[in-house]
Structures are given as C-alpha cells and as structure tokens.
Design a protein around this ligand. Structure first.
Ligand SMILES: OCc1cccc(Br)n1
Length: 445
C-alpha cells in the first residue's frame, strides 16, 4: 500500500494492516504516531531549512556539536512541573538504565561543557540541529518529535550573549525573506518576576514554579493562573501584583514600577541599546509577560512570534546561569535558544515564502540499445568523476526518457548510439534549447 506523504498527514490514523490473499499481514506503512517521514520533496525543504540554520551559525562563528538523541533520564528530572518534563519519552533499557529520547538539547550541551571541563576556553559558541521528542497523549493530536536548531553561548556575560543570539535569529529570518513586519521578538527578563516576588516577600524557592505557571498566560485563563499561584501559597495581593507587572509592555513604565536600580531594568535597557547598534531594534519589543516555560532560565528571555498571531512561538530562549550547578558542577553563565522546524515552515507557507526546490540533475545518460549499456556506464562514470550529477537510464523507451528528463529537470540528455560510438562520439541534447550536437566521448564535460 503506498502511504500518503506522512509529513503532510502528520498524525494520520495508522492504517490497519492489509490482509493480502496469502494470509500474511502487511505492516502498517505509516510511521509511529506523532512522527513524520521525509520523502524526497519534504526532505529537500528540510535540508534547505537546515542549510539556512548552518549558514547563520557559520557567520556567527559558532562551532557545530552533536549528541545522542538517547540521554540519561536524570538529565531531565526537574520538579518545577514543566510540560517538557511531564511528557518525557522515557523508558528502561535492557541494562535496567532509565533513559529518555531527549525533549530538548540544552541539558546535553551543559553535560558536554562539564565533561570537557578545563579543556575548553570560554566563551564557547556551539550550535546543533537535532531531533527532540515528547510523549504527548495523542488526544491533542500533536507531534511527538521535531527538529530543533540550538545556538548556545557559555561564558559570555549578560546581555552580550543575548544580543548575539538575537542577531542570529534575525539573520535567519532575513535569509528566509521574513521581515520585522511579519515577525517580532518579545523580550523580557525573569529578573522582572524576581523583583516582584521580592516586593511581596515571596520565598525564593517558589520562583521557578511561579515562572512555569505564569508562562501558561495565554494558554490558561487568567483565573486558572491566579488559582495555581494561590495554590502554591501566594497571597491574592501578590498574585494581582504579578499579573499587573507582567502586563507591562513599556520599559519606562517598568522602570517606574520597579525603580531604576533593579537589575532587570538595567539589563533590558542595555540590551535595547545594543539592539540599536546591531541594527535590529525594530525586530524586538519589551513584553513583561514573556517568561518562557523552562525552569532553568535566570535572566533575559525572548521568543519570536508572528505578528498576525496565527501561530505558536517560532523560537525562544534565554539566559540560564545556574544550570550546571544542578548537575553538580561549577556554574558557567550561559544563554541559548531553540528554533523548531515546524512553526517556521507554517509561517513560510502563510507568507508564500516556500522556496522552489524541485529536483535538479545535470545529465541523463541513455544507451540507445542494450549492447551499448557498457559504454553508457563509462560515459556516466567519467561525468560523475567530474562532479556532475548523472542519472544513468536503461531499458526504457526514448519517449519515457524525454518525459523523465523533464520530470527531474535534467540539463542535458547524452545519447549513446551504435554508429556514433563506433566513431568515438556521443550525441548531446541541451534540453532547455533543444540544441543537439555530437561530442567526442573522451572530451565530454
Ligand atoms: O518544544 C516542545 C517539544 C519538545 C519535543 C518535541 C516536540 Br514535537 N515539541
């Protein structure tokens, strides 16, 4: 049975196995629920997108790193009630080890930085593109895997790393033809929330939980958020104070409420002044409601959004200065973002910015009859060794070959015929101009 391209049928109901006449059963041809195949056309788009990620990483002078998709579960056990840790794709392997398909990449980056120890010189600028997993109850019919481009900087003080990472995100959008009229980046700092909690003398140990709850603003109703905050012990006065400050979208207003000597205000003012120098100020805006949902962020946080408000966050990240000590190591200040492969493609479709990525082949080599298959192989081999992409076609009618050439956008058709070959020649047809001529087989380029 030929399955539809499952990357478009994202969560198709797995078809029941077909029962052929001889009684053997055919496997379900769909990939596991919540996962995607990448047939050639989808793979060309993914490769193109990842090439843009890599090109931005190159101009930002980042080094590529990679990790196993399989990680120890211990790396992701956090008590803050984050969605990402409640949906771990976790299991016990045959050695009785508790492992996961990683839900994010930052903890692996931190693990490698710790493992490399003193052998790495700071600052470190690392990037990777990797698949991440979550075990989502399929009731919501969402994907269980996606690919994420991660850019992280270790050992660079605030807000320099943040402003570098924002430039990377904006360079990526510009490469894709997306403008600051299409997309904005909301920027805030968790230190805003910390200052508010201090104003209400809320104990430090509640900070992370409050962040995870408040990150659900927009997904849960205001009442649900307030109820959750009261449940963990905040007074209704504190809850109102938090909601009020988090609705601020003006830095001067924030300064009025928190005062100028608060670290959050100083950090944000510095970041916005750097943004002017980088030339991307029109892309970013202060929005105190941005807290992001990961427990380990400690400072500036940011997320890119489509200004039409139709899509989920395109990417997001922030500063995490105390992640390494949660793994028992000395802390190194760090900052990073994750950029998924799904929402950005939805945005490109919305904006009519999907590139034309049809297949491109340089040459088709075709023997005009069976006894010339050998010479056709040598012609194809010589062209391939010169770096040309060659589709060696045999056992087809010429009419099919011309149709095939059109389908794969071949540049030339090289016909190996008996009479020409006896004179050491082959016939070349330029498919765009229909021009046709003979060339010495040994001089074909
Ligand atoms: O960003 C949340 C997330 C993590 C793993 C897999 C998928 Br799909 N989504």
């Amino acid at each position: 049975a030929s399955a539809p391209s499952s990357s478009t049928v994202e969560n198709g109901e797995p078809s029941s196995p077909v029962e052929p006449s001889d009684g053997a059963s055919v496997v379900d041809v769909n990939p596991p629920r919540g996962t995607r195949d990448f047939p050639p056309e989808d793979m060309r788009l993914r490769t193109w997108l990842f090439d843009q990620f890599r090109e931005v990483s190159r101009v930002m002078a980042f080094e590529e790193v990679d990790f196993p998709v399989l990680e120890s579960e211990a790396l992701f056990i956090r008590k803050a009630g984050e969605e990402i840790t409640q949906q771990l794709y976790n299991f016990e392997d045959k050695g009785g080890r508790r492992v996961v398909l990683r839900p994010e990449i930052t903890p692996s980056l931190a693990r490698l930085v710790i493992k490399q120890g003193k052998s790495v010189s700071l600052p470190l600028k690392w990037f990777t593109i990797g698949q991440c997993w979550r075990y989502e109850r399929m009731t919501r019919g969402r994907r269980r895997e996606h690919y994420q481009w991660n850019m992280d900087i270790f050992g660079m003080p605030k807000v320099r790393a943040e402003s570098e990472l924002l430039q990377a995100i904006i360079l990526l959008f510009e490469r894709l033809g997306i403008t600051s009229s299409d997309v904005g980046i909301r920027v805030s700092s968790r230190k805003v929330l910390q200052a508010v909690l201090n104003m209400y003398s809320i104990p430090e140990h509640l900070f992370t939980e409050v962040c995870v709850i408040v990150d659900k603003l927009g997904k849960l109703t205001r009442e649900e958020i307030e109820k959750k905050l009261v449940t963990i012990g905040l007074s209704s006065e504190a809850v109102l104070g938090i909601i009020e400050v988090l609705s601020l979208k003006s830095l001067p207003k924030l300064e009025e409420v928190l005062g100028s000597d608060v670290e959050a205000v100083a950090d944000l003012k510095k970041l916005f002044s750097f943004a002017e120098q980088y030339g991307y100020a029109d892309w970013i805006c202060f929005d105190a409601s941005v807290v992001r949902g990961l427990a380990y962020y400690t400072g500036i946080v940011f997320e890119a959004f489509d200004r039409d408000g139709k899509l989920r966050a395109i990417c997001g990240g922030g500063r995490y200065d105390r992640l390494l000590s949660t793994f028992g190591s000395e802390d190194i200040p760090a900052c990073g973002f994750g950029f998924g492969d799904a929402v950005i493609v939805e945005l490109l479709k919305e904006k009519g910015l999907l590139p034309d990525l049809s297949r491109q082949i340089d040459d088709i080599v075709f023997p005009l009859d069976e006894e010339l298959e050998g010479p056709a192989c040598s012609v194809a081999s010589s062209l391939r060794r010169q770096g040309r992409s060659v589709d060696l076609v045999e056992d087809k009618r010429l009419k099919w070959v011309f149709k095939h050439a059109e389908r794969i956008n071949a540049g030339r058709l090289i016909l190996v015929g008996k009479s020409e070959w006896e004179r050491g020649m082959v016939r070349v047809k330029i498919l765009s101009t229909r021009e046709e001529f003979e060339v010495k087989a040994g001089e074909l380029q």
